[in-house]
Design a protein. Structure first.
Length: 313
């Protein structure tokens, strides 16, 4: 069933270099380079649009070639793109270096422009109208903390579910004051630990996050166990190994899109997690942060494979 989804947050140029052999620190490493459009919010928006939902995207960008490319990619994905354009600024960018096996070595995020997405931007008529149309709002932690708080209050007042994408351990703490207004927050274990203020296993992190006001979340740890919880249920899933792993970029965003797509259809947490894992495996096997081959048919086939080899606890 098609839902109307409003996505706010990061949409920027995503540069990824991949080292061709064993990584040698402090030296020049041979490898390859590619550029794509990414950002947590953009990846989730693109994945949900490819699954057939009506997606509106609101993200700041500069008046440069990179900003134009973001707009073009949004249009190609079927996203209704409604950016805030700052003509005298550069579009944000994310630059990552990956090891030969696709795992991250280091990344640099130039995200200064997102500071200009202030709470008053939420009062714009176009944004208020987009909120009124939405069945779900998704945001990421590229937005300033005060904007996330204002967005949470607005979503709560309107009775619209709000989902969050953690982005990084440094940024996830921007969600701290808005946790009671969030229906679902998607994090890896490092991000969850930063938010909880303590390092722990994924299942223990769920117990630490609930008292902070978070009613639902998913905590991942690479290819290890995934913890998920809502107001009534806690669940641990041991996913099967992903193969092949071409690039880890965007896998968490794909998981979030798969989970949200299933929950929007009215299904429960276990099948939602299975489809989320399926979407992440599709992303891991792709050189793109949001795999262009993703559609509902492929997701269902992959989810059936995942369900047959997944252990629950």
């Amino acid at each position: 069933m098609t839902k109307r989804i409003l996505v706010l947050g990061g949409a920027h140029l995503d540069r990824r270099g991949r080292i061709a052999a064993e990584t040698v620190a402090g030296a020049s490493n041979p490898g390859t380079w590619r550029e794509d459009v990414g950002g947590g919010a953009f990846n989730v928006a693109r994945n949900l649009a490819r699954l057939g939902h009506a997606v509106e995207l609101i993200a700041p960008r500069g008046g440069d070639a990179a900003g134009q490319r973001v707009s073009e990619e949004a249009s190609l994905a079927g996203i209704d793109d409604r950016p805030f354009v700052f003509l005298d600024r550069a579009t944000p960018s994310y630059t990552a270096i990956l090891e030969q096996d696709g795992n991250l070595v280091i990344a640099l995020a130039d995200m200064e422009l997102y500071r200009l997405f202030t709470p008053r931007r939420l009062r714009a008529r176009s944004v208020r109208e987009a909120m009124a149309r939405a069945d779900l709002i998704v945001c990421d932690a590229n937005l300033p903390a005060e904007t996330l708080s204002a967005l949470g209050a607005e979503a709560s007042a309107r009775g619209i579910a709000l989902a969050g994408i953690a982005i990084s351990p440094a940024k996830v703490i921007r969600f701290r004051k808005v946790l009671p207004d969030i229906a679902w927050l998607f994090m890896n274990s490092a991000e969850a630990a930063a938010l909880a203020g303590a390092a722990a296993s994924p299942d223990q992190l769920a117990d630490l996050l609930r008292p902070l006001g978070l009613s639902g979340g998913v905590v991942t740890k690479g290819g290890e166990d995934i913890a998920a919880f809502d107001s009534q249920t806690s669940l641990m899933i041991k996913p099967p190994p992903a193969s092949p792993v071409v690039d880890v970029t965007g896998a968490g965003d794909a998981l979030a899109a798969g989970v949200l797509d299933t929950l929007l259809a009215g299904e429960s947490l276990p099948p939602a997690l299975v489809r989320g894992i399926a979407a992440s495996h599709i992303a891991l096997a792709s050189p793109y942060a949001a795999p262009p081959e993703l559609d509902r048919s492929l997701l269902e086939r992959k989810a059936a494979e995942i369900a047959a080899s997944t252990a629950y606890s």
